[in-house]
Design a protein around this ligand. Structure first.
Ligand SMILES: Cc1ncc(COP(=O)(O)O)c(C=O)c1O
Length: 376
């Protein structure tokens, strides 16, 4: 059996090797390494795919979040509401800009930010909400946009894990994840659903003025060459990465169906098992399965991980420590017990291998092994 990995990038590459190799070679031949035509082409292709007016490529997903908050003019002391159950980057940029992160708990089923908790957290200092579309499906954007509208708040979608997912509004209309709020941010980290071969990221918006501001900020705050009107950063998507992404974007929907097929297999194998809660599929979002995450009930998680590792199966914990319990983010406003859903999830979740190349032999080995341990 082929070695099982959390993400099998090499096998994926082999399917598209001629196109990827050619795209990279074209950039090398042109020597247009920075802001070359590959970047513009990918930007336009992604705008079409997402049906959004502006895509602003940048260096990574963390920068995408940071430049979004800068472009929206958030100021030190402004409060930004986000989820306590996410990757650290979401809170990191809030802290770096000296904004005040206000954490709220998540829905136990979908792991996404709970709109009722958002409403309770709003104060006169609140300026923005950062929902994270965790593990591949959208947060409840109808409710979030309504709360934001009522309270005059910006919405910055952290879409690093759900590119390609559709949000289905209460009226049945659809939009791509990341194109609903004032800005959407994504990461092209290699293991992401649309990943490049290094670091990469992008911001999406339908707001012309905001797009203009974002383009200036990612380029040292420069409007005319060597004239710097505002403080910016250096955050670009390399041409070689854009060339890789241009090839992979054409496969994104097919990649999502392969991930979904693997998730369906897992769901069926684990259905009805009282010790395993399979991912809840939110009715107002398609799921692109960035992760396939089980919630364990009365199962020794470390024991399961070790048992699987002995059988050549990796399994990861996303995320073992809630934001408010991370050393760098300890804050007298928060204490253990404040976010019970997040805290329980951080002790009971486990993510199984999820990628575009899982075959049925591997899936059977994974599910048989999980069931052998939990039923044993
Ligand atoms: C939810 C979330 N936000 C932000 C990021 C940051 O993206 P990057 O690693 O490209 O900086 C990631 C990915 O790592 C993520 O999963």
């Amino acid at each position: 059996m082929k070695k099982i990995q959390m993400v099998d990038l090499h096998s994926q590459y082999l399917h598209i090797k001629p196109q990827i190799d050619q795209a990279i070679q074209d950039v090398v031949d042109s020597c247009a390494f920075i802001n070359g035509p590959a970047v513009k082409n990918f930007q336009e292709d992604l705008e079409k795919y997402l049906d959004v007016k502006h895509v602003i490529p940048c260096a990574n997903g963390t920068d995408a979040l940071q430049v979004s908050m800068m472009a929206l003019g958030l100021q030190p002391g402004d409060e930004v509401i986000t989820t306590s159950f996410t990757f650290i980057a979401t809170a990191e940029v809030i802290a770096l800009l000296r904004l005040t992160p206000v954490l709220v708990d998540v829905d136990p089923g979908t792991f996404n930010i709970d709109p009722k908790a958002i409403e309770k957290a709003i104060t006169p200092k609140t300026r923005a909400i950062v929902p994270v579309h965790l593990f591949g499906q959208c947060a409840p954007m109808d409710e979030i946009m309504q709360i934001a509208g009522k309270n005059n708040l910006f919405v910055i979608e952290d879409n690093c894990q759900a590119i390609g997912a559709d949000y289905i509004f209460a009226d049945g209309s659809r939009k791509k994840a990341g194109t609903i709020g004032h800005v959407g941010c994504t990461s092209f980290f290699p293991s992401k659903n649309l990943g490049c071969y290094g670091d990469g990221g992008a911001v999406f918006t339908n707001d012309d003025e905001l797009a203009k501001q974002l383009r200036v900020i990612v380029n040292h705050g420069m409007t005319v060459r060597y004239y710097h009107d505002i403080v910016g950063v250096n955050s670009r998507l390399d041409s070689i990465q854009a060339a890789v992404l241009g090839v992979k974007l054409k496969h994104l929907d097919e990649y999502a169906s392969r991930r979904k097929a693997a998730a369906d297999y897992y769901d069926q194998a684990f259905a009805g098992n009282p010790k395993l809660r399979t991912p809840v599929r939110y009715s107002r979002s398609t799921h692109v399965f960035h992760q396939y995450t089980l919630v364990l009930r009365d199962v020794d998680r470390k024991g399961l991980q070790d048992f699987l590792a002995d059988r050549g199966i990796p399994a990861m914990i996303y995320y073992p420590v809630p934001l408010h319990m991370q050393k760098a983010y300890l804050d007298p406003r928060y204490k253990p017990g404040d976010f019970p859903v997040t805290e329980a999830l951080s002790e009971t979740v486990v993510s199984l291998p999820m990628h575009t190349e899982l075959n049925s032999e591997q899936l059977k080995h994974i599910t048989d092994s999980v069931l052998e341990f939990v039923n044993g």
